[in-house]
Design a protein around this ligand. Sequence first.
Ligand code: HEC
Length: 153
Amino acid sequence: MTDQSPTPLREIDPDVPRNRSPIIFMAIVGITAISIAVVVLGRDDRRSIKATITVPQLNVAETRGREIFNGTCATCHGIDAIGDTDIGPPLMHPYYRMEIFPSDMVRRAIMLGKAQDKWKYGHMPAQIKLNENEITDVMKYFDALRENNSLGN
Ligand code: HEC
């Protein structure tokens, strides 16, 4: 003899309240929305501004300098010093125009590094991998770039 009565799909525990108040749900949604708004609106956007520049015709030394710059410095300062990174400022910027920022200061920054000062990207470490000649090439390239982008003398 077989049992003909249909098996219930699932047992419903009579102790579980089924019509819970929506207040808790609404509170959770509200708190989540406020938290997201606080995080999004309060975020400190560190991405540096991106300069628009043009690279001039370069001589041999300046071309070497460009290669060194884009290999060593661009991670922080952007390709051809245009910025657009999270860890360093654009160097094609009025702060670094020749008039107030002579080439010697570029050498100094490369050799000694630079403590955080004008920006909020932290410190620049000394670039100890570069030798004298490489530093000179980078400076020449940097000056050519500045002259061509209205930051020269
Ligand atoms: C690890 C990231 C990093 C690297 C790599 C780096 N820099 Fe910097 N550099 C910085 C930061 C950050 C500052 C801004 C410091 C400040 O707040 O003034 C800076 C500032 C400078 C300045 C301005 C210094 C001053 O006196 O105001 C020059 C010039 C410079 N960098 C050139 C270079 C050159 C050239 C290279 C490659 C040889 C290089 N940097 C590599 C992070 C870096």
